[in-house]
Design a protein around this ligand. Structure first.
Ligand code: BG6
Length: 460
Protein backbone atom coordinates (compact mmCIF):
# COMPACT_ATOMS: atom_id res chain seq x y z
CA UNK A 1 0.00 0.00 0.00
CA UNK A 2 1.40 3.40 -0.95
CA UNK A 3 -0.08 5.75 1.59
CA UNK A 4 0.08 9.54 1.68
CA UNK A 5 0.06 11.92 4.64
CA UNK A 6 -3.23 12.55 6.46
CA UNK A 7 -3.51 16.15 5.31
CA UNK A 8 -2.57 15.36 1.71
CA UNK A 9 -4.55 17.44 -0.80
CA UNK A 10 -6.36 15.41 -3.43
CA UNK A 11 -8.10 17.29 -6.14
CA UNK A 12 -8.09 18.61 -9.67
CA UNK A 13 -7.36 21.83 -11.50
CA UNK A 14 -9.07 23.97 -14.10
CA UNK A 15 -9.21 27.62 -15.06
CA UNK A 16 -11.84 30.30 -15.45
CA UNK A 17 -11.50 30.84 -19.21
CA UNK A 18 -11.61 27.12 -19.89
CA UNK A 19 -14.72 26.35 -17.89
CA UNK A 20 -16.97 29.29 -17.11
CA UNK A 21 -18.59 30.11 -20.42
CA UNK A 22 -20.48 33.41 -20.80
CA UNK A 23 -17.22 34.75 -22.03
CA UNK A 24 -18.57 38.08 -23.14
CA UNK A 25 -21.58 38.22 -20.87
CA UNK A 26 -22.55 39.08 -17.29
CA UNK A 27 -20.37 42.16 -17.30
CA UNK A 28 -17.19 40.44 -18.46
CA UNK A 29 -14.95 42.22 -20.94
CA UNK A 30 -12.90 40.58 -23.69
CA UNK A 31 -9.63 38.80 -23.10
CA UNK A 32 -7.05 38.11 -25.81
CA UNK A 33 -8.79 34.77 -26.34
CA UNK A 34 -12.17 36.33 -27.07
CA UNK A 35 -10.63 38.76 -29.53
CA UNK A 36 -8.37 36.23 -31.17
CA UNK A 37 -11.27 33.90 -31.70
CA UNK A 38 -13.12 36.75 -33.37
CA UNK A 39 -10.12 37.57 -35.56
CA UNK A 40 -9.07 34.04 -36.50
CA UNK A 41 -11.65 31.36 -35.59
CA UNK A 42 -10.03 28.94 -38.05
CA UNK A 43 -7.07 28.60 -35.70
CA UNK A 44 -9.30 26.97 -33.08
CA UNK A 45 -10.08 23.27 -33.26
CA UNK A 46 -13.54 22.87 -34.84
CA UNK A 47 -13.91 26.62 -34.44
CA UNK A 48 -14.77 26.21 -30.79
CA UNK A 49 -14.06 29.42 -28.94
CA UNK A 50 -13.97 30.59 -25.35
CA UNK A 51 -17.74 30.73 -25.03
CA UNK A 52 -17.97 27.02 -25.80
CA UNK A 53 -16.86 25.72 -22.42
CA UNK A 54 -18.34 23.46 -19.78
CA UNK A 55 -20.80 26.05 -18.42
CA UNK A 56 -19.42 26.23 -14.93
CA UNK A 57 -21.01 29.65 -14.55
CA UNK A 58 -24.32 27.82 -14.13
CA UNK A 59 -23.12 24.36 -13.20
CA UNK A 60 -20.69 25.05 -10.36
CA UNK A 61 -23.07 23.94 -7.60
CA UNK A 62 -23.69 20.60 -9.21
CA UNK A 63 -20.02 20.20 -10.01
CA UNK A 64 -19.11 20.82 -6.38
CA UNK A 65 -21.49 18.03 -5.37
CA UNK A 66 -19.67 15.81 -7.87
CA UNK A 67 -16.33 16.77 -6.28
CA UNK A 68 -17.72 15.94 -2.89
CA UNK A 69 -18.95 12.62 -4.17
CA UNK A 70 -15.40 11.73 -5.25
CA UNK A 71 -14.11 12.85 -1.85
CA UNK A 72 -11.92 15.62 -3.25
CA UNK A 73 -10.66 17.93 -0.53
CA UNK A 74 -9.33 20.67 -2.81
CA UNK A 75 -9.83 22.25 -6.20
CA UNK A 76 -7.93 24.85 -8.16
CA UNK A 77 -9.47 27.24 -10.58
CA UNK A 78 -8.83 30.85 -11.51
CA UNK A 79 -10.55 34.19 -11.54
CA UNK A 80 -10.97 35.83 -14.93
CA UNK A 81 -9.39 39.28 -14.60
CA UNK A 82 -11.84 40.47 -17.26
CA UNK A 83 -14.83 39.27 -15.25
CA UNK A 84 -13.75 40.81 -11.97
CA UNK A 85 -12.44 44.10 -13.33
CA UNK A 86 -13.76 44.53 -16.86
CA UNK A 87 -11.99 47.86 -17.39
CA UNK A 88 -9.13 47.17 -15.02
CA UNK A 89 -10.40 49.57 -12.32
CA UNK A 90 -14.09 49.03 -11.68
CA UNK A 91 -15.38 45.94 -9.92
CA UNK A 92 -18.10 44.03 -11.77
CA UNK A 93 -20.79 43.24 -9.14
CA UNK A 94 -22.08 40.22 -11.06
CA UNK A 95 -18.61 38.75 -11.34
CA UNK A 96 -17.96 39.36 -7.66
CA UNK A 97 -21.22 37.69 -6.65
CA UNK A 98 -20.45 34.70 -8.86
CA UNK A 99 -16.97 34.13 -7.45
CA UNK A 100 -18.13 34.71 -3.87
CA UNK A 101 -20.86 32.12 -4.22
CA UNK A 102 -18.61 29.66 -6.05
CA UNK A 103 -15.71 29.85 -3.57
CA UNK A 104 -17.98 29.79 -0.49
CA UNK A 105 -19.79 26.76 -1.79
CA UNK A 106 -16.52 24.91 -2.39
CA UNK A 107 -15.48 25.71 1.13
CA UNK A 108 -18.84 24.76 2.64
CA UNK A 109 -18.53 21.36 0.99
CA UNK A 110 -15.08 20.64 2.34
CA UNK A 111 -13.31 21.39 -0.94
CA UNK A 112 -10.48 23.83 -0.28
CA UNK A 113 -10.35 26.40 -3.07
CA UNK A 114 -6.91 27.23 -4.43
CA UNK A 115 -7.44 30.34 -6.48
CA UNK A 116 -5.19 31.44 -9.27
CA UNK A 117 -5.19 34.92 -10.78
CA UNK A 118 -3.89 34.48 -14.30
CA UNK A 119 -4.30 31.53 -16.62
CA UNK A 120 -3.17 32.87 -20.03
CA UNK A 121 -6.13 35.33 -20.17
CA UNK A 122 -4.89 38.89 -20.55
CA UNK A 123 -7.55 41.62 -20.78
CA UNK A 124 -7.89 42.95 -24.30
CA UNK A 125 -7.79 46.57 -23.16
CA UNK A 126 -4.32 45.90 -21.76
CA UNK A 127 -3.18 43.94 -24.79
CA UNK A 128 -4.09 46.87 -26.99
CA UNK A 129 -1.67 49.02 -25.01
CA UNK A 130 1.14 46.48 -25.33
CA UNK A 131 0.22 43.81 -22.78
CA UNK A 132 3.12 42.35 -20.80
CA UNK A 133 5.57 44.26 -22.99
CA UNK A 134 4.84 47.45 -21.06
CA UNK A 135 5.63 48.17 -17.43
CA UNK A 136 2.08 49.41 -16.85
CA UNK A 137 0.98 45.76 -16.93
CA UNK A 138 2.83 45.15 -13.64
CA UNK A 139 0.82 47.72 -11.69
CA UNK A 140 -2.42 46.76 -13.46
CA UNK A 141 -1.92 43.18 -12.29
CA UNK A 142 -0.97 44.26 -8.76
CA UNK A 143 -4.21 46.25 -8.53
CA UNK A 144 -6.25 43.31 -9.79
CA UNK A 145 -4.53 40.96 -7.34
CA UNK A 146 -5.13 43.31 -4.41
CA UNK A 147 -8.80 43.64 -5.38
CA UNK A 148 -9.21 39.87 -5.49
CA UNK A 149 -7.48 39.36 -2.13
CA UNK A 150 -9.66 42.04 -0.52
CA UNK A 151 -12.88 40.66 -1.95
CA UNK A 152 -12.32 36.95 -1.38
CA UNK A 153 -9.52 36.71 1.20
CA UNK A 154 -11.95 35.83 3.97
CA UNK A 155 -12.91 32.62 2.13
CA UNK A 156 -9.89 31.77 0.00
CA UNK A 157 -6.71 30.94 1.91
CA UNK A 158 -4.54 29.47 -0.84
CA UNK A 159 -3.70 31.88 -3.64
CA UNK A 160 -1.50 31.62 -6.68
CA UNK A 161 -0.48 34.45 -8.98
CA UNK A 162 0.18 32.81 -12.35
CA UNK A 163 -0.38 29.47 -13.99
CA UNK A 164 2.53 28.49 -16.23
CA UNK A 165 3.89 31.97 -16.94
CA UNK A 166 6.25 30.46 -19.50
CA UNK A 167 3.30 29.70 -21.74
CA UNK A 168 2.17 33.21 -22.53
CA UNK A 169 5.83 34.18 -22.96
CA UNK A 170 6.87 31.43 -25.34
CA UNK A 171 3.55 30.80 -27.09
CA UNK A 172 2.92 34.54 -27.51
CA UNK A 173 6.43 35.81 -28.30
CA UNK A 174 8.50 32.91 -29.61
CA UNK A 175 6.47 30.14 -31.22
CA UNK A 176 3.39 31.85 -32.61
CA UNK A 177 0.78 29.69 -30.87
CA UNK A 178 -0.97 32.34 -28.79
CA UNK A 179 -1.88 35.96 -29.44
CA UNK A 180 -0.04 38.21 -30.33
CA UNK A 181 1.97 35.42 -32.03
CA UNK A 182 5.12 37.52 -32.36
CA UNK A 183 8.54 35.94 -32.84
CA UNK A 184 11.00 38.12 -30.96
CA UNK A 185 13.39 36.78 -28.32
CA UNK A 186 14.11 40.18 -26.81
CA UNK A 187 10.42 40.96 -26.41
CA UNK A 188 9.86 37.50 -24.95
CA UNK A 189 12.45 38.22 -22.26
CA UNK A 190 10.88 41.60 -21.49
CA UNK A 191 7.43 39.99 -21.27
CA UNK A 192 8.90 37.37 -18.94
CA UNK A 193 10.47 40.03 -16.77
CA UNK A 194 7.26 42.02 -16.44
CA UNK A 195 5.41 38.84 -15.63
CA UNK A 196 7.89 38.10 -12.87
CA UNK A 197 7.54 41.65 -11.52
CA UNK A 198 3.74 41.37 -11.67
CA UNK A 199 3.97 38.17 -9.64
CA UNK A 200 6.28 39.83 -7.13
CA UNK A 201 4.07 42.90 -6.76
CA UNK A 202 1.03 40.68 -6.23
CA UNK A 203 2.88 38.83 -3.46
CA UNK A 204 3.75 42.20 -1.93
CA UNK A 205 0.08 43.27 -1.96
CA UNK A 206 -0.86 39.96 -0.40
CA UNK A 207 1.62 40.39 2.45
CA UNK A 208 0.35 43.91 3.16
CA UNK A 209 -3.17 42.63 3.70
CA UNK A 210 -2.07 40.02 6.26
CA UNK A 211 -4.87 37.63 5.39
CA UNK A 212 -5.39 35.27 8.30
CA UNK A 213 -3.88 31.85 7.50
CA UNK A 214 -3.41 33.02 3.93
CA UNK A 215 -0.70 31.52 1.77
CA UNK A 216 0.52 32.53 -1.63
CA UNK A 217 2.39 30.70 -4.35
CA UNK A 218 2.90 30.42 -8.08
CA UNK A 219 2.19 27.55 -10.46
CA UNK A 220 4.96 26.63 -12.88
CA UNK A 221 5.10 24.10 -15.65
CA UNK A 222 8.01 21.83 -15.05
CA UNK A 223 9.68 19.78 -17.75
CA UNK A 224 13.04 18.80 -16.32
CA UNK A 225 15.74 18.67 -18.99
CA UNK A 226 17.56 15.42 -19.73
CA UNK A 227 20.61 15.56 -22.01
CA UNK A 228 21.08 13.30 -25.03
CA UNK A 229 24.53 12.32 -23.80
CA UNK A 230 27.04 13.17 -21.13
CA UNK A 231 29.14 15.20 -23.58
CA UNK A 232 29.99 18.66 -22.29
CA UNK A 233 27.98 20.22 -25.14
CA UNK A 234 24.83 18.27 -24.32
CA UNK A 235 25.28 18.90 -20.62
CA UNK A 236 25.56 22.61 -21.33
CA UNK A 237 22.37 22.42 -23.40
CA UNK A 238 20.63 20.75 -20.46
CA UNK A 239 21.89 23.40 -18.06
CA UNK A 240 20.68 26.23 -20.29
CA UNK A 241 17.31 24.57 -20.89
CA UNK A 242 16.77 24.34 -17.13
CA UNK A 243 18.05 27.86 -16.63
CA UNK A 244 15.53 29.36 -19.04
CA UNK A 245 12.60 27.11 -18.27
CA UNK A 246 12.89 26.09 -14.64
CA UNK A 247 15.27 28.27 -12.65
CA UNK A 248 14.10 31.50 -14.32
CA UNK A 249 10.90 31.60 -12.23
CA UNK A 250 11.61 29.09 -9.47
CA UNK A 251 14.74 30.86 -8.22
CA UNK A 252 13.17 34.29 -7.76
CA UNK A 253 9.94 32.80 -6.40
CA UNK A 254 11.68 30.64 -3.79
CA UNK A 255 15.11 32.20 -3.26
CA UNK A 256 14.28 35.81 -4.09
CA UNK A 257 16.90 36.08 -6.83
CA UNK A 258 17.10 35.78 -10.60
CA UNK A 259 19.95 33.33 -11.26
CA UNK A 260 23.26 35.18 -11.89
CA UNK A 261 23.99 32.81 -14.73
CA UNK A 262 20.76 33.77 -16.49
CA UNK A 263 21.55 37.45 -16.10
CA UNK A 264 25.00 36.84 -17.64
CA UNK A 265 23.67 34.81 -20.58
CA UNK A 266 21.02 37.42 -21.34
CA UNK A 267 23.63 40.16 -21.23
CA UNK A 268 26.03 38.31 -23.52
CA UNK A 269 23.25 37.96 -26.06
CA UNK A 270 21.93 41.52 -25.77
CA UNK A 271 18.66 40.29 -24.33
CA UNK A 272 18.73 42.13 -21.00
CA UNK A 273 15.25 43.51 -20.22
CA UNK A 274 14.50 47.05 -19.06
CA UNK A 275 14.33 47.04 -15.26
CA UNK A 276 13.73 49.55 -12.46
CA UNK A 277 16.06 50.19 -9.55
CA UNK A 278 13.75 48.90 -6.82
CA UNK A 279 13.07 45.59 -8.62
CA UNK A 280 15.93 43.58 -7.14
CA UNK A 281 14.83 44.39 -3.61
CA UNK A 282 11.18 43.71 -4.43
CA UNK A 283 12.10 40.28 -5.76
CA UNK A 284 14.24 39.59 -2.70
CA UNK A 285 11.50 40.52 -0.25
CA UNK A 286 8.56 38.78 -1.88
CA UNK A 287 9.20 35.08 -2.00
CA UNK A 288 6.32 32.60 -1.89
CA UNK A 289 4.90 30.23 0.73
CA UNK A 290 4.45 27.31 -1.62
CA UNK A 291 4.96 26.19 -5.20
CA UNK A 292 2.62 24.37 -7.57
CA UNK A 293 4.26 22.33 -10.32
CA UNK A 294 2.41 21.16 -13.42
CA UNK A 295 4.12 18.08 -14.74
CA UNK A 296 3.25 16.40 -18.02
CA UNK A 297 6.47 15.54 -19.84
CA UNK A 298 10.25 15.74 -19.65
CA UNK A 299 12.38 17.89 -21.94
CA UNK A 300 14.99 15.85 -23.85
CA UNK A 301 17.66 18.15 -25.18
CA UNK A 302 20.92 18.21 -27.07
CA UNK A 303 23.43 20.83 -28.16
CA UNK A 304 22.39 22.90 -31.17
CA UNK A 305 24.23 22.22 -34.42
CA UNK A 306 24.19 25.78 -35.76
CA UNK A 307 23.91 28.85 -33.60
CA UNK A 308 23.44 32.58 -34.02
CA UNK A 309 25.30 35.13 -31.99
CA UNK A 310 23.61 36.98 -30.42
CA UNK A 311 20.96 34.29 -29.96
CA UNK A 312 17.76 34.70 -31.94
CA UNK A 313 15.80 31.86 -30.37
CA UNK A 314 16.15 29.43 -27.46
CA UNK A 315 17.22 26.90 -30.13
CA UNK A 316 20.55 28.73 -30.15
CA UNK A 317 21.06 27.30 -26.65
CA UNK A 318 19.46 23.86 -26.83
CA UNK A 319 17.41 21.85 -29.28
CA UNK A 320 14.99 18.98 -28.72
CA UNK A 321 16.30 15.45 -28.79
CA UNK A 322 13.87 12.88 -30.15
CA UNK A 323 14.91 9.92 -28.03
CA UNK A 324 14.36 6.58 -29.75
CA UNK A 325 12.07 4.19 -27.90
CA UNK A 326 10.46 6.79 -25.67
CA UNK A 327 6.89 6.20 -24.53
CA UNK A 328 4.47 8.62 -26.06
CA UNK A 329 0.90 9.74 -25.54
CA UNK A 330 0.08 9.73 -29.27
CA UNK A 331 -2.91 12.09 -28.94
CA UNK A 332 -0.88 14.86 -27.42
CA UNK A 333 2.55 13.87 -28.74
CA UNK A 334 3.99 14.15 -25.25
CA UNK A 335 6.47 11.69 -23.79
CA UNK A 336 5.30 9.70 -20.78
CA UNK A 337 8.08 9.61 -18.22
CA UNK A 338 6.80 9.31 -14.63
CA UNK A 339 10.35 9.04 -13.23
CA UNK A 340 10.75 12.77 -13.77
CA UNK A 341 8.30 13.39 -10.95
CA UNK A 342 10.70 11.70 -8.55
CA UNK A 343 13.53 13.86 -9.91
CA UNK A 344 11.39 16.96 -9.44
CA UNK A 345 10.62 15.98 -5.85
CA UNK A 346 14.33 15.57 -5.14
CA UNK A 347 15.11 18.87 -6.87
CA UNK A 348 12.58 20.70 -4.67
CA UNK A 349 14.13 19.16 -1.59
CA UNK A 350 17.73 19.77 -2.50
CA UNK A 351 17.74 22.93 -4.56
CA UNK A 352 14.66 24.75 -3.30
CA UNK A 353 15.08 24.51 0.49
CA UNK A 354 12.39 21.84 0.63
CA UNK A 355 9.66 24.48 0.39
CA UNK A 356 6.09 23.07 0.54
CA UNK A 357 4.99 22.23 -2.99
CA UNK A 358 2.32 20.22 -4.72
CA UNK A 359 1.66 18.66 -8.09
CA UNK A 360 -0.78 21.24 -9.40
CA UNK A 361 -1.44 19.47 -12.73
CA UNK A 362 -0.76 16.02 -14.09
CA UNK A 363 -2.91 14.17 -16.54
CA UNK A 364 -3.41 12.47 -19.84
CA UNK A 365 -5.25 14.04 -22.75
CA UNK A 366 -6.88 11.54 -25.08
CA UNK A 367 -8.84 12.25 -28.25
CA UNK A 368 -12.20 10.71 -29.18
CA UNK A 369 -12.70 9.05 -25.84
CA UNK A 370 -16.23 8.00 -26.77
CA UNK A 371 -14.52 5.01 -28.42
CA UNK A 372 -13.94 3.66 -24.95
CA UNK A 373 -17.52 4.01 -23.73
CA UNK A 374 -19.11 0.82 -22.42
CA UNK A 375 -22.76 -0.19 -22.71
CA UNK A 376 -23.64 1.64 -19.52
CA UNK A 377 -22.22 4.85 -20.96
CA UNK A 378 -19.05 4.90 -18.87
CA UNK A 379 -15.72 5.68 -20.49
CA UNK A 380 -13.29 2.95 -19.58
CA UNK A 381 -10.17 5.08 -19.35
CA UNK A 382 -7.81 2.51 -17.87
CA UNK A 383 -4.92 4.25 -19.64
CA UNK A 384 -5.56 7.33 -17.44
CA UNK A 385 -5.66 5.24 -14.27
CA UNK A 386 -2.37 3.63 -15.23
CA UNK A 387 -0.88 7.05 -16.00
CA UNK A 388 -1.87 8.45 -12.60
CA UNK A 389 -0.69 5.36 -10.75
CA UNK A 390 2.70 5.46 -12.38
CA UNK A 391 3.13 9.13 -11.57
CA UNK A 392 1.91 8.74 -8.00
CA UNK A 393 4.33 5.88 -7.47
CA UNK A 394 7.24 8.14 -8.38
CA UNK A 395 5.87 11.02 -6.36
CA UNK A 396 5.49 8.75 -3.36
CA UNK A 397 9.13 7.67 -3.72
CA UNK A 398 10.18 11.34 -3.63
CA UNK A 399 8.03 12.03 -0.57
CA UNK A 400 9.40 8.97 1.20
CA UNK A 401 12.84 10.51 0.73
CA UNK A 402 11.70 13.67 2.46
CA UNK A 403 10.38 15.93 -0.29
CA UNK A 404 7.81 18.33 1.11
CA UNK A 405 4.97 17.64 -1.31
CA UNK A 406 1.52 18.29 0.13
CA UNK A 407 -0.86 17.37 -2.66
CA UNK A 408 -1.70 16.02 -6.08
CA UNK A 409 -4.12 17.61 -8.54
CA UNK A 410 -5.00 16.19 -11.89
CA UNK A 411 -5.87 18.11 -14.99
CA UNK A 412 -8.87 18.10 -14.93
CA UNK A 413 -12.16 17.47 -13.18
CA UNK A 414 -14.68 17.89 -16.00
CA UNK A 415 -13.47 17.77 -19.64
CA UNK A 416 -12.81 21.34 -20.64
CA UNK A 417 -12.16 23.65 -23.55
CA UNK A 418 -8.46 23.97 -24.15
CA UNK A 419 -7.39 27.01 -26.14
CA UNK A 420 -6.54 26.24 -29.75
CA UNK A 421 -7.19 22.55 -29.12
CA UNK A 422 -10.82 23.14 -28.18
CA UNK A 423 -12.26 19.85 -26.92
CA UNK A 424 -9.87 17.66 -28.93
CA UNK A 425 -8.09 16.11 -25.97
CA UNK A 426 -10.12 15.07 -22.97
CA UNK A 427 -8.60 15.02 -19.53
CA UNK A 428 -11.51 14.94 -17.09
CA UNK A 429 -12.81 12.50 -14.51
CA UNK A 430 -16.15 13.54 -15.93
CA UNK A 431 -16.94 13.44 -19.61
CA UNK A 432 -18.71 16.42 -21.11
CA UNK A 433 -21.28 15.60 -23.72
CA UNK A 434 -20.17 17.62 -26.72
CA UNK A 435 -23.76 17.97 -27.93
CA UNK A 436 -24.85 19.40 -24.63
CA UNK A 437 -22.13 20.97 -22.54
CA UNK A 438 -24.30 20.86 -19.41
CA UNK A 439 -24.27 17.05 -19.41
CA UNK A 440 -21.52 15.21 -17.56
CA UNK A 441 -20.91 11.52 -16.89
CA UNK A 442 -18.37 9.88 -14.65
CA UNK A 443 -15.47 7.99 -16.21
CA UNK A 444 -13.84 4.91 -14.71
CA UNK A 445 -10.85 7.04 -13.66
CA UNK A 446 -13.20 9.07 -11.47
CA UNK A 447 -14.21 5.94 -9.60
CA UNK A 448 -10.57 5.01 -9.23
CA UNK A 449 -9.75 8.46 -7.88
CA UNK A 450 -12.57 8.18 -5.35
CA UNK A 451 -11.16 4.92 -4.07
CA UNK A 452 -7.65 6.35 -3.99
CA UNK A 453 -8.86 9.26 -1.85
CA UNK A 454 -10.84 6.98 0.46
CA UNK A 455 -7.76 4.87 1.11
CA UNK A 456 -5.44 7.88 0.95
CA UNK A 457 -3.23 5.76 -1.25
CA UNK A 458 -3.27 2.74 -3.50
CA UNK A 459 -2.26 -0.89 -3.50
CA UNK A 460 0.79 -1.45 -5.61
C1 BG6 B 1 -1.79 22.83 -19.10
C2 BG6 B 1 -2.57 24.11 -18.99
O1 BG6 B 1 -0.49 23.11 -19.42
O2 BG6 B 1 -2.20 21.94 -20.08
C3 BG6 B 1 -4.05 23.95 -19.30
O3 BG6 B 1 -2.42 24.71 -17.72
C4 BG6 B 1 -4.25 23.06 -20.51
O4 BG6 B 1 -4.62 25.22 -19.46
C5 BG6 B 1 -3.59 21.71 -20.24
O5 BG6 B 1 -5.59 22.89 -20.83
C6 BG6 B 1 -3.81 20.70 -21.35
O6 BG6 B 1 -3.45 21.19 -22.59
P1 BG6 B 1 -4.00 20.62 -23.97
O7 BG6 B 1 -3.47 21.54 -24.98
O8 BG6 B 1 -3.46 19.24 -24.13
O9 BG6 B 1 -5.48 20.59 -23.89
Amino acid sequence: MREFSKAFLWGAAASAPQTEGHSLENGKSASTWDEWFKLAPEKFNEQQGPSDTSNVYEEYSKDIQRMKELGMNSYRTSIAWTRLLPDGRTVNPEGTAFYKAYFSELKANGVEPIINLFHFDLPWWLMEKGGWEIRESVEAFAFYAKTAFELFGDTVKYWTTFNEPLVHIECGYLYGFHYPAIVDFKKAVQVGYHTLMAHVRAVEEFRKLQIENGQIGIILNISPAYPKSQSSEDLKAKELADLFNTNSFLDPAVHGEIPEKLITVLKEHELTPVTETQDKELIRQNTVDFIGLNYYQPRRVQAPTTVHFPAEMPSDFYIPYDMPGKRINPYRGWEIYPEALYDVAVMMKEQYRNIPWYVSENGMGVAEEERFMDEQGMIQDDYRIEFMKEHLRELHRGIAEGSNCFGYHTWTFVDCWSWLNGYRNRYGFYRVDLDNHFERSLKKSGLWYKELIEKNGFLD
